[in-house]
Design a protein around this ligand. Structure first.
Ligand code: ATP
Ligand code: MG
Length: 391
């Protein structure tokens, strides 16, 4: 059987002259996503991307599941390709959809014809196929309004395709088409979700994790790498930069007023993120911050935190309820890992009375005793880049 997957492109179809670029990027992303699942011919014609296996042995169920995680695809259908004749289309429908045709009670045939030289109109072809199927499967009643089964026929330039309808794809824009951004990845629930959401809008991610060994353990680091591995299913290959953060935290504890610990620490995170972003050509910094969730996530605290970096700080979770964030974490498969017990550097040295309405000048005064430049340089020169195994 000539089994093939048709992917309908989402918003990128609207992108005018950039469309070709978006399509090429999507095709490259699909190629990378499928590289361990077999050999494929991947090409686009008329706003549809075709994924055709070149080997018999590949597991098309697995391929289909993988493609459901690729951003830029609005819907996917598994289809059979056949010659462009009414008879071949009918035979293909009968054999490829035999299970569906035998079990459904009502059906209709829907034809789309982009090859206008095809000798029959869409309506005539639907009528022909519908009539023949009705005869061959007496269990079926034609129903034009609410059929249980829709037999889709697509007559395109090189081939005809038969399928039983599509399922929803991951949506969004192909990863890489919006540029790159650093994403601050902790081991919590929020930051894997914020990373996923911005990758969905076409950003290629550079994950950064601040690691405070021995205050946070090797296990906490492993957990972050596991989360990044899950994110790779959607975001493409990731390399995680692990930033040594212990010395900075110890310096803050030794030299700054306790009430400002968290804010000063977060300002270091932003300064380092900004530098790493510049090194990797990133144009933004993503965090999992959420208004009012903790003391460091008030408007005043966020203003103080971002005052030391010039790149836009993207906070896709800012207006969401925890329940909604958890819903996405479950859907994308990060929740189970995120709730494993762990320590984060934010929970080490937490002040008893954190400032919820800090003023920038007070925070600047509080951190004045630190050699900020030197600490930032030291952390950056100690970065360990971890390349994750492909799935
Ligand atoms: P999360 O569930 O993502 O840990 P949170 O609600 O616990 O978020 P905070 O700990 O205040 O919030 O951190 C806010 C954001 O700062 C996180 O969402 C993440 O983007 C970033 N962040 C916090 N700790 C780290 C870390 N150790 N390494 C990298 N980024 C971090
Ligand atoms: Mg956290």
């Amino acid at each position: 059987m000539n089994d093939i997957i048709l992917l309908k492109l989402g918003e990128l179809v609207l992108k005018g002259l950039n469309r070709r670029y978006f399509e090429q990027r999507l095709i490259a992303n699909i190629g990378k996503r499928l590289k361990n699942l077999g050999r494929f011919r991947i090409y686009s014609v008329q706003s549809t991307v075709y994924v055709e296996p070149l080997d018999d042995g590949c597991d098309m169920d697995e391929v289909f599941s993988a493609l459901r995680q690729v951003f830029g695809v609005i819907s996917l259908s598994r289809a059979a390709a056949c010659e462009k004749s009414p008879e071949a289309i009918l035979e293909t429908a009968k054999s490829y959809l035999s299970e569906e045709l035998s079990s459904a009670k009502s059906f209709k045939v829907e034809t789309r014809r982009s090859d206008k030289s095809f000798p029959m109109t869409s309506i005539a072809l639907s009528q022909y196929i519908g009539g023949e199927l009705h005869e061959a499967f007496p269990n079926l009643t034609p129903d034009m309004h609410e059929p249980e089964l829709v037999v889709n026929v697509e007559v395109r330039d090189y081939s005809a395709y038969v399928h039983a309808g599509g399922v929803r794809g991951a949506g969004g824009l192909p990863v890489g088409t919006s540029g790159r951004a650093v994403t601050l990845l902790s081991g919590g629930i929020d930051s894997p979700v914020s990373s996923y959401m911005m990758a969905k809008r076409g950003l290629k991610l550079v994950p950064l994790h601040f690691f405070s060994f021995p205050y946070t353990s090797e296990l906490a680091k492993r957990k972050v790498l596991d989360l990044a591995s899950i994110l790779q299913n959607y975001c493409g290959e990731l390399k995680v930069d692990i930033v040594p953060f212990t010395h900075i935290q110890e310096e803050i504890r030794a030299k700054c007023p306790e009430d400002y610990f968290t804010l000063i620490m977060r300002r270091f995170m932003m300064r380092i993120s900004q530098k790493v972003a510049e090194m990797h050509g990133c144009k933004g910094i993503i965090t999992g911050e959420n208004l009012g969730q903790v003391a460091s996530q008030t408007m005043e605290a966020m203003a103080v935190t971002e005052a030391c970096c010039s790149l836009p700080v993207l906070r896709p979770l800012i207006g969401m309820d925890k329940e909604e964030i958890v819903g996405i974490a479950r859907k994308i498969g990060t929740f189970e890992t995120s709730v494993l017990p762990y320590e984060d550097c934010c929970t080490v040295f937490t002040p008893r009375h954190p400032k919820t309405k800090p003023r920038l000048e007070d925070v600047e005064a509080a951190e004045a005793r630190l050699d900020i430049e030197a600490l930032v340089e030291e952390a950056i020169s100690g970065i360990e880049t971890v390349r994750l195994d492909g799935d």
